[in-house]
Design a protein around this ligand. Sequence first.
Ligand code: F6R
Length: 614
Amino acid sequence: MCGIVGYVGDRPVVDILLDGLEQLEYRGYDSSGIALKCADDIKVYKAEGKLINLRNTLKSHVSEVSSSTMGIGHIRWATHGAPTLLNAHPHTCNCGNLVLVHNGIIENYKELREKLTAQGCVFRSQTDTEAVAHLVASKYAKTKDLTEAVRLATQEIEGAYALCVMHNDYKNTLVVTKRNAPLLVGIGEGEFYVASDVPAIIKHTKKAMYLNDNQIATITPEKLVLIDKDGNELPQKIEVLPWEPVALSKMGYKHFMLKEIHEQPDVVRNILVGKLHAPDEPIVLNEVKLNKETLKNLNRIQIIACGTSLHAAMVGKYLIENFCGIAVDVEASSEYIYRKTVTDAHTLVIGVSQSGETADTLTAIKQAKAKGSHILIITNRPDSAMAREADSLVPVNAGIEVSVAATKSYTAQLMAFYLLALYMAEIKESVDVPTMTSLKAEMMLLPQKIDQILSNTDEVQKCARAYANTKDFIYVARGINFPTALEGALKLKEISYINATGYPAGELKHGPIAMLDETMPVLSILMNGSVYEKLLSNSEEAKARNARMIALTNSNDEKLNDLFEHIIRVPDVQELFSPVIAMVPLQLLAYYIAEFLGKDVDQPRNLAKSVTVE
Ligand code: F6R
């Protein structure tokens, strides 16, 4: 969601900025722009829509921009004002000397706008960001010092921001700062890169520094100076990024989403490495700091997350309650943060987030931390803001996920919950040893079962073609696969724009059954286990209303052949692990439908990969 890049050094900057922005495209955006320090002036170029439009705009300005060696760039996901040229970043002050890009939301922008308008500033856009440009410029008019101007301005800003600022008076200086929005500085030889995320810089350098909230960095080709909000100079913590540029290639797949679905057997293997050696050995979670005493003192667990991560959390609740007998509540972070929750030092709060940057979840985590709860974070980004808040961490090691629709990170989050729930059960001794050994043995077989699904996708593709033109879709399941139904529906909705809904099958007759007729596909996630027969009856009820029936199943039950128009078969698996197996064909179904419909699979409309605004 919005992406920032910046560069100061001695190399031509245009391609560095454009390539960097391209690597951030996965975050989701609807317009873009760059500002370049050229001979005597700063030049700003913007375009609506995809980056190719910005590249085309720049083609007619090659001679004026080609020698520039400092600039900033932005992809914008519209929050305040439509995705138009005027609203696209960079934004400037009225004289055009001060230029900046911004990621986040300025909550007090209306007050700032009124105040600055009264001082004579003329606003040209509807964005919250423009207020910051005028504000920093007004501070600069008094201080004539860009870093100080940024420092003073940020003291008047409420909300979330990552900012990258340049000024015409400075030939080769960028000033960057952040609060509740991601920003890092890549360190090269006589050059620095600024970015919202690693992919934008990894091609150039593996050395980087993550800014903490309220820190301000002043960057010239020779050096970086870091200060805190009071202006005190700070030591710099330089890290080596554990990333390879190759992770960002499609490796021959048509879309990142398909590649990421196919990576899942390895994702499961990876997360087990070092954590589960053999069925009769204990689970090792080195970064989890829970012991018998802390678990004994808990009276509840709260899991907070958004979107796909929320669905993984719902499976997590099922597992923890089942294996550990501790009460678990699961809540969308955006709801959790605006009510009085019963959260205290006896609450374990688990935050789940692929990106580790989702604003609502980050805020919820901070609120819970302030109440004294132990914070455990499950994330794909151990370098993220959420991970930095954690008392305990379970990194899911899924590798970068480029496609906006989460697939492999979901499976990795499920695996993290299996490991965590069994780890806690081992501490609590709440599962007997033979059961524990059999669960671990089953867990170790999951990669080959996913491999089996991926090696034959014919039935899923047939199904995708048969239902691609439907307007609505219902997914039903019960028990531990109810979250699978929600996640399957979410996948379809977000990349094909078909109206899909997940229901607990027992709820159908309490309302949704009214929608069923011969135009409505109903997909039953019929996995062997405690609720199989119940779900079969619910499927009969749907069939009796003429719905078009599809089964996703690991059963050989002959009855299914009469009941269902299409049957997608998956390998047999213990019920508790069935969410991992059942999800893979549902990801593929969503993918093939979207692909068949010619949708922009990896970057669906209106969506952002990293939702850094509340
Ligand atoms: C769906 C999807 C989103 C994210 C949600 C939370 O495919 O990707 O629903 O799951 O925005 O993001 P994270 O997990 O990064 O906190």
